[in-house]
Design a protein around this ligand. Structure first.
Ligand SMILES: [Fe+2]
Length: 561
């Protein structure tokens, strides 16, 4: 049985599963080079089929993990698509109207009619594109999130929680996974729109909502939240058993409303800190409640709320939680994966490596180098050479193997830099046009973790995926200050020798040369562009950012040679 999972709204993508085995997963943005692309993901579908070695005609089932409720109207007229409307911003009345519309659809039962109409439309579209036998199935938004969480972690019995802004008329759900089955215990109306709270603060602070929420989290570390501001924000978001407060009137507020005007009395850092604490307090109370109610302490989470690495740190620290797994592609980009794994009934499994995207052959890489008039450094071992360049404070872009699925670059499409030279950090910030208050993240050999980080015991998998923050030891602060945030935390990626031997060797070799047990790992992309996918993208981004060296699998090129 060959199953193709597809998400066809914002952050669209595709995933391929054959007989319960995941063959490929990738996002549309990597191919059309538009961040969070909401185009119908034909390029991602083609790439997933190609990577998995499967022909369209052999696909048995196409499962849509729907985003923002399937709407025939929106699918027929892409200009009305959610991501287009969201360009009006989080305060756009159209966005609020859309949330209310989806909630109403679900309440009145018209949701099912919409689903059926969408299914017919999509079946027709796929038939035309050469999927002759594929049966088209629609999977509910939060169900697809829940499957992505449950089936990418190892516990047969797990509590699955999803929290986002709104998908298919819902904002949050609670499930228990048991022996391969998911049972939904509870769901909350989309009028809670939990993430909308944080996205609006993001926009109020002058950042781009649905893209720069992480900057609010970074900024939050520079201030303590003023108590009166916390009280004020709790009006907008708080835990109300068994979920969150439903405050639909806030959806029609503008930036000029008294609530947002009052924020102007405080410093930006204080507003960010209060928003962060408000989100953390509400969601941790929610998680603690559901662990106690179900008696299941192994928790897996999905949905855009869990893109927040500091929130995840607080959840992991809850005494009620035994283990926490954060779905690597936690936002709507992960729906294609959830749809495919869920429809296949794939058993829960620790999915450590995420390199499920396209990989390129030696000859493809050679051809791109030739076209770009670049010559590989000859007679060197690329890993050894890269380690010595890094030791000399050079910036090295690493392109290797399959492209990772999800928002983080985990070494295969990463820029690596020495973390103990402030001038190198500053130069990198300038080259990549990064925000200087945002911390860089560390990558290090897994066996070094106990002496560098505190509190990762409950998040062994998520520490591989850079989806959780933790406190740093004195040793890391001393040896690698460039990867420690102002509040003494970091968002690490641990690399196992068996899983990624070449990357692991690079880290260890760098440590031998310098005594520094970590490198900076930042995503390999041009400013505001998606992470690179192909060797062509890699060479282009490497040149534009004026980085010193580029590794392409086992060859390395240098800018000055
Ligand atoms: Fe979602």
């Amino acid at each position: 049985m060959i199953i193709l999972g597809v998400a066809d709204n914002h952050d669209a993508g595709a995933a391929l599963v054959q007989d319960g085995q995941l063959l490929a997963a990738c996002s549309q943005e990597r191919f059309d080079r538009k961040k969070g692309s909401g185009a119908f993901p034909w390029a991602a579908i083609d790439a997933a089929l190609d990577t998995g070695g499967v022909k369209a005609r052999d696909v048995d089932r196409v499962v849509f993990g729907t985003a923002f409720t399937p709407s025939t109207l929106l699918r027929r007229f892409p200009a009305l698509h959610h991501n287009r409307k969201a360009e009006g911003g989080q305060f756009d009345p159209l966005l609020s109207a859309y949330i209310a519309y989806q909630v109403a659809l679900r309440r009145t039962g018209l949701h099912a009619v919409e689903v059926e109409a969408s299914q017919r439309l999509l079946a027709h579209r796929l038939q035309e594109r050469g999927f002759p036998k594929a049966q088209v199935v629609m999977m509910d938004h939060h169900e697809a999130h829940a499957h992505a969480a449950y089936r990418a972690q190892p516990h047969s019995t797990a509590l699955i929680l999803t929290v986002d802004a709104m998908g298919d008329g819902l904002s949050a759900t609670a499930w228990v996974g048991q022996v391969g089955q998911l049972n939904r215990h509870w769901a909350q109306s989309g009028l809670a729109a939990v993430n909308t709270f944080y996205s609006r603060i993001t926009e109020w602070l002058g950042f781009t909502a649905l893209r720069h929420e992480g900057k609010v989290t970074g900024l939050a570390a520079y201030a303590e939240p003023p108590p009166e501001l916390l009280e004020h924000m709790a009006e907008r978001l708080r835990f109300v058993s068994p979920g969150f407060n439903r405050l639909s009137p806030f959806l029609v507020e503008t930036k000029d409303s008294p609530f947002y005007r009052a924020l102007g009395e405080f410093r930006r850092e204080e507003v960010a800190a209060a928003a962060q604490r408000t989100l953390e307090d509400a969601v941790t109370a929610f998680v603690a409640y559901w662990v106690e109610r179900t008696g299941v302490a192994d928790v897996a989470v999905a949905g855009g709320a869990f893109a927040n690495v500091k929130l995840n740190q607080r959840i992991a620290a809850l005494p009620q939680v035994r283990s926490l797994f954060v779905t690597p592609h936690m936002g709507d980009g992960g729906l294609a994966l959830g749809a495919a794994l869920g429809a296949a009934g794939a058993p829960p499994e620790a999915r450590v490596r995420l390199d499920w995207g396209p990989r390129y052959t030696k000859s493809q890489i050679s051809r791109e180098l030739h076209i770009a008039r670049l010559t590989a450094v000859s007679g060197v071992d690329a890993v050894e050479h890269a380690a010595s360049l890094l030791a000399r404070g050079k910036t090295v872009a690493r392109f290797a193997g399959g492209m990772e699925f999800g928002p983080r670059a985990l070494g295969n499409r990463s820029i690596l830099v020495r973390p103990d030279l402030p001038e190198v950090n500053d130069r990198l910030n300038g080259q990549l046009k990064r925000t200087e208050f945002m911390p860089f993240a560390p990558i290090c050999a897994a066996e070094n973790a106990p002496r560098l980080f505190v509190g990762l015991e409950k998040t062994p998998l998520s520490a591989r995926h850079m989806t959780v923050c933790c406190d740093c030891t004195e040793e890391l602060r001393r040896l690698a200050p460039g990867v420690v945030h102002v509040d003494g935390t970091a968002r690490p990626q641990l690399v196992d020798a068996n899983e990624s031997p070449r990357l692991h060797r690079l880290l260890r070799r760098f440590e031998e040369l310098t005594g520094v047990p970590a490198l900076i790992n930042t995503s390999f992309n041009m400013h505001e562009e998606p992470i690179v996918c192909s060797p062509f993208d890699a060479i282009r981004a490497w040149r534009a950012a004026k980085l010193d060296a580029l590794m392409l699998d086992d060859v390395i090129v240098e800018r000055d040679r």
